[in-house]
Design a protein around this ligand. Sequence first.
Ligand code: ZN
Length: 134
Amino acid sequence: MMNKIEHIGIAVKDLEAANEVYAKLFGAQPYKTETVESEHVSTSFFKVGESKIELLEATDPESAIAKFIEKKGEGIHHIAYAVDDIKAEMERMKSEGFVVLNDEPKKGADNKLVCFLHPKSTKGVLVELCQEIK
Ligand code: ZN
């Protein structure tokens, strides 16, 4: 079961410049910045009330974020939903016919296990499932 929207991910070209823009927008600094080597991204996280916004910058031209920006420009990259049991949800998604992009959950930013659903199976939106690592 999905509990809530955990965060919205936004692809940016320059994380430092984007942090400045979003710090102005929210009137607050990011509560966390983190590089995820396995995904070739640098990220920062802002809190907006109970919601979170993740900014992602590619650290490598092979990064999915670099490819996304090349194709579509900066903008909303994914919507992440919180789940209690990511493995069970991955099985459920597969059985419902969604294209799950990972065989196993992987370690994402912000202390989460994550997996992604291909946008072609979700009407054009990259979906992230994430489970807090306890
Ligand atoms: Zn995310």
